[in-house]
Design a protein around this ligand. Sequence first.
Ligand code: SAH
Length: 392
Amino acid sequence: MHKIILKKGKEDSLLRHHPWVFSGAIGRLPDSIEEGDLCVVEAQDGRVLGVGHYQIGSIAVRILEFGVSDLPEDFYYKRLLNAFSLRKTLGLIREDNDCFRLVHGEGDFLPGLVVDIYGQTAVVQAHSPGMHFARNAIAEALTRLPEARLKNVYYKSETTLPYKAHLDPENEYLIGSYDGNIAVENGLSFNIDWLRGQKTGFFVDQRENRALLQKYAAGRNVLNMFCYTGGFSVYAMRGGAKSVDSVDSSAKAAQLTDANIALNFPDDTRHRTFAVDAFKFLAEMEKDEYDLIILDPPAFAKHRSALKNGLMGYRRLNARAFEKIRPGGILFTFSCSQVVTREMFRLAVFTAAAQSGRKVRILHQLTQPADHPIDISHPEGEYLKGLVLQVD
Ligand code: SAH
């Protein structure tokens, strides 16, 4: 096992179980170590801090297990079993729900790994070279989980691994093969396109917010901006919306939305899809046309360097909605940018509200669901923020 020795005094965050070792904290790196290797990290005084995956970059080690000098036997299986047991506790494994996040990286003590479950298929994403090299062990462990009954494991890391690592990962089935792609969320069916779709194919993280939206939908004219697979739209239809318009700039997303509406509400004429830019749509739509608007854009600030522009983007987007929503309307507005804090997002939205001169009240403050847990030692794991606002 490679041994990495930290500079004097750099062990504090690890003793508090924050799982990242930054490159600047490293005193001595073994010559023979390569990206993705397992290593033991020690303080300068010889105290063993933990075992993790090494990688080149600002985050140099992601700790998998603290206070040990080797990984326990069957490490991945045990961690996955733990993760599965939490999802059971959360009540997510039911006849009418077979779609959830099984592993949320650091939040499940598996830094660098994401696993989403769609029926009998697990979609695995590695965000670190170490997890890339462990992919077959992880896939095999997934199929051993007794109650999960997984038959297929699809590996999808072409866009998630550091490109400088030259790992050339291929998106492929590690176990099983394609045998259907319909998953059920809260009794609604969705076509999940893990082969060509964004991320693992579906935004599982909006499940509870979609269910909340359903409760507000009855009799309303709903506008679902940045609809992707049409998740919010399908829930709005079930909630008894008068009409639902879904907007996404991607033609592929518009098709996915149409397919998911057809799957749950065939021949229902309440729904329309528009493959156009959100800002263009908002600029051209009539005032008072909608009284329930959802704004769930992609991350406007993917890095700290993009924070200022990102916040401006949220302010502008929300300003358009405040200007046009019918009095008494409800706005569901989100940010999934990790670098945008809850406070920053509120400020951007409230500034937009003030500029519009509308009277606005907060009804709900939303976040990511419990299958995207946040390890309190790793607050960076919190990313999804939402507000439900009543606009008079
Ligand atoms: N609300 C969705 C997830 C949204 S993901 C859900 O619940 O599943 C963000 C979506 O925004 C993507 O589908 C992307 O194609 C779309 N998008 C990005 N830029 C856009 C723009 N300028 N106008 C409209 N859609 C855009």
